[in-house]
Design a binder for this molecule. Structure first.
Ligand SMILES: [Fe+2]
Ligand SMILES: [Fe+2]
Length: 166
């Protein structure tokens, strides 16, 4: 499997789309998919912020693009928390919160691929992208082991990053 940080991030973005599609399906295991999405979203975003964004900021990207992406992570986490707080997985509130999450998540994925990931493709040599990818994976997998998508932790993350979107 590739260690290229761009490929690894794109793999997760594809997985988000797959999970979101499952979450729209009324016959799927929505509780299970919602938990899986929460784990991966939190681990992916935090690992980007720890291991990828700072390096891109140094080597390839505008600080404004990085800061903007971090703001969008905060918006995603807030929308995720509201979605996790929904009790009735077949109700109108579920559809509404899922749609709100889809909106901020799709927007961010598009923008990240158009800005930061293109900067990485164009400016960062492949050996360095592989190093970044390895560090990204370690951070992401370590977070996944801590059950980082549980609602209590998502609440903490939202609290910690709320100033980004005030
Ligand atoms: Fe991403
Ligand atoms: Fe991101």
């Amino acid at each position: 499997m590739s260690d290229d940080v761009v490929e690894l991030i794109l793999n997760d973005h594809r997985k988000f789309e797959e999970l979101m599609r499952g979450l729209r399906d009324s016959t799927s295991d929505r509780a299970g998919l919602r938990d899986e999405l929460a784990q991966l979203l939190v681990a992916h975003g935090e690992a980007e912020e720890r291991e990828v964004y700072p390096q891109l900021e140094k080597k390839a990207s505008d600080d404004e693009d990085v800061e903007h992406s971090e703001e969008e992570h905060a918006e995603i986490n807030k929308a995720l928390l509201e979605f996790l707080e929904v009790k009735d997985l077949d109700g109108d509130d579920y559809d509404e919160k899922l749609e709100e999450l889809a909106e901020v998540l799709n927007h961010h994925v598009n923008e990240e691929e158009q800005t930061l990931l293109n900067d990485a493709r164009e400016e960062v040599p492949s050996e360095e992208r592989a190093k970044l990818g390895a560090a990204f994976l370690v951070a992401r997998d370590t977070l996944l082991k801590t059950n980082c998508g549980r609602i209590e932790n998502v609440r903490l993350v939202v609290e910690k990053t709320k100033d980004r979107i005030d």
